[in-house]
Write a protein that binds this ligand. Structure first.
Ligand code: DGL
Length: 277
């Protein structure tokens, strides 16, 4: 197939639910001409508390569903899926597959001055040690302090972004990483960029926060440019959304994440994901 016709194909992006919209937002901002298909597995969220085997199974099903829709590149927006399933997905797909861990890890390694980096994420992401490995792959002498913050996801979905309860929760979770004297903190979960204000307040201005959504969008642009499959203009550009549960809650919470209207959204049965593998 000619590069020009591949260029017109959509980018596929999936997440365990709604949080991946933080990544999608950055993709739309940086690459407005690209068509995108977003799959949010809202019926099976959260992934962050599940075993890596289960997350791998779900992630593979999501990937195959998007592949069947003719995508040119796959973005795994979910940190938990990226941490546990990137290699297995890469092994079965013949298109570029991008996880979120590496871009965030590289940015953190390039940012730290005192070689002490904090990483926060879901239990499954932290348990996988994926960020620590990826950061130390860049620079072995960096000490990585990891902390799971499971309550952050429901707090964000509840919309309590600048609430006293959120600040108290953040103080409790982050004391340990703060005491470790880190100068860089990776927000290793799709939802955490929405808590930037509270996290900054707790950590102090001097700690640099790494938002992996922004880092990932930059990498996507680079890959499409290198492969010469960047879509040239907005002719025929579309933005399509699939969810596995009712669209109501998704649309309500999505407003906080995406800040743009969602017009084309469809609910699909989990069975159709299971059939995709
Ligand atoms: N999307 C997940 C992540 O980035 C957070 C929500 C979940 O646990 O599924 O790790």
């Amino acid at each position: 197939m000619k590069n020009s016709s591949i260029a017109d194909k959509p980018i596929g992006i999936f997440d365990s639910g709604i949080g991946g919209l933080t990544v999608l937002k950055e993709i739309h901002r940086l690459l407005p001409a690209e068509s995108t298909i977003y799959l949010g597995d809202t019926a099976r969220v959260p992934y962050g508390i599940r075993s890596s085997e289960t997350v791998r199974k779900y992630s593979l099903q999501n990937s195959m569903f998007l592949m069947e829709r003719g995508i040119k590149l796959l973005i795994i927006a979910c940190n938990t899926s990226s941490a546990t399933s990137l290699e297995s997905i890469r092994n079965v797909l013949d298109i570029p597959v991008l996880g979120v861990i590496e871009p965030g890890a590289k940015a953190a390694a390039a940012t730290t001055r005192n070689n002490r980096v904090g990483v926060i994420g879901t239990e499954a992401t932290i348990k996988s040690g994926a960020y620590r490995k990826a950061i130390q792959n860049v620079n072995r002498s960096i000490e990585v302090i990891e902390k799971s913050c499971p309550l952050f996801v429901p707090l964000v979905e509840e919309g309590w972004l600048n609430d006293d309860i959120t600040e108290l929760t953040a103080r409790r979770y982050l004391q340990e990483v703060k005491d470790a004297g880190i100068d860089t903190l990776v927000l290793g979960c799709t939802h955490y960029p929405l808590l930037k204000d509270v996290i900054k307040k707790v950590m102090g201005e001097q700690t640099v926060l790494i938002d992996s959504a922004i880092e990932k969008a930059k990498v996507v642009k680079q890959i499409l440019t290198d492969l010469r499959i960047l879509k040239k203009d907005t002719n025929g550009t579309f933005r399509k959304y699939y969810v596995t549960d009712s669209t109501d809650r998704f649309l309500t919470v999505a407003r906080r994440f995406l800040l743009e209207p969602i017009e084309d959204i469809t609910t699909i049965e989990i069975a159709s994901l299971e059939m995709a593998t």
